[in-house]
Ligand binder design. Structure first.
Ligand code: SAM
Length: 291
């Protein structure tokens, strides 16, 4: 019986056999703990109706565990060297397809249209390349893709920010961007020792479950996100001060007063105390005043 790919001995053996080193620039920190992988796959709820989408399969550590449970696994890997390795390590699994592609360049919408039937659920499961965690997630969230959930390993600090609620130091525009589309929870923290090479930072698994429809009704999404961004501009300043700096060309003094009065939001509050619903009210009133 061969050992799982995600063990230190097999990982080293595979890398040596293919004459490879780890590329730091591509965020290559491979998992070497099969128990962590079992937990990720279980938390993700992968089953025989699941189409698993993996970003950055590396040498196949997680891919293999997904293959044990999923109906099909599609994995996107940017590093050509690893494509050859994966042909070898994933040879026993016929229901795994690997693509040599940059996930940020891939047309995931048409891809899913081609590959997924109505009775199947798409779940993204990945140990993400940390240098592009946010761009990858925002791409997958924004495009109204038929993705049920995402269970992804990332830098712990980023996971905490994405899952944070109001009145915490982690809460900011990233929390709102993510929670506007999903319900997000940190499901597990993972120590550095579970990776080779060990990353410099602690890691965590974030679970993002897509909301059926966005949390709040928003008249103008671009304006909403602009207003959120501006409200956190200088964290120690009030929303009034932060918004005045950003919107002074679009709103008169009287309109600023109207904005806060009609929203029922105290202008002396700080951005970090506003819930997503309150930002939505503020942006909807702002939209009404401006247009
Ligand atoms: N899944 C493997 C594991 O858990 O051991 C490897 C995870 S490693 C943290 C991240 C992987 O993402 C690497 O294999 C890296 O080459 C790949 N990667 C980096 N940038 C990528 C991109 N833009 N598109 C697709 N894959 C990428």
């Amino acid at each position: 019986v061969t050992k799982p790919i995600a063990t230190i001995t097999r990982t080293k053996e595979i890398m040596e056999r293919h004459g490879l080193g780890f590329k730091k620039s591509l965020g290559q920190n491979f998992l070497i703990d099969p128990n962590v992988l079992k937990k990720i796959v279980a938390k993700a709820g992968v089953d025989e109706n699941t189409i698993a989408l993996e970003i950055g399969p590396g040498i196949g550590a997680l891919t293999e565990h997904l293959a044990f449970e999923a109906k099909h696994v599609y994995a996107f890997e940017i590093d050509q060297r690893l494509i050859d390795v994966l042909k070898d390590t994933l040879a026993p699994y016929e229901h795994v397809t690997v693509y040599h592609q940059d996930i940020l360049e891939a047309d995931i919408k048409s891809f899913l249209q081609d590959k997924v039937n109505a009775d199947e659920q798409v779940r993204v499961v990945a140990n993400l390349p940390y240098y592009i965690t946010t761009p990858i997630l925002m791409k997958l969230l924004r495009d109204e893709l038929p993705i049920h959930s995402m269970t992804v390993m990332m830098q712990k600090e980023v996971a905490d920010r994405m899952a944070a609620g109001p009145n915490t130091k982690e809460y900011g525009s990233l929390s709102i961007a993510v929670q506007y589309y999903t319900e997000s929870n940190v499901v597990m923290t993972v120590p550095k020792t579970c990776f080779i090479p060990q990353p410099n930072v602690d890691s965590a698994i974030l679970q993002l479950v897509k909301r059926e429809k966005p949390l709040v009704g928003i008249a103008d999404e671009a304006l909403f996100f602009e207003l959120v961004q501006a409200s956190f501009g200088q964290r120690r300043k009030t929303i009034k001060n932060n918004l005045q700096r950003e919107f002074k060309d679009r709103l008169s003094k009287d309109q600023f007063i109207e904005l806060f009065e009609e929203s029922g939001i105290e202008p002396s509050r700080r951005g970090e105390s506003l819930s997503i619903e309150e930002f939505a009210i503020l942006s909807n009133v702002c939209h009404k005043i401006i247009s």
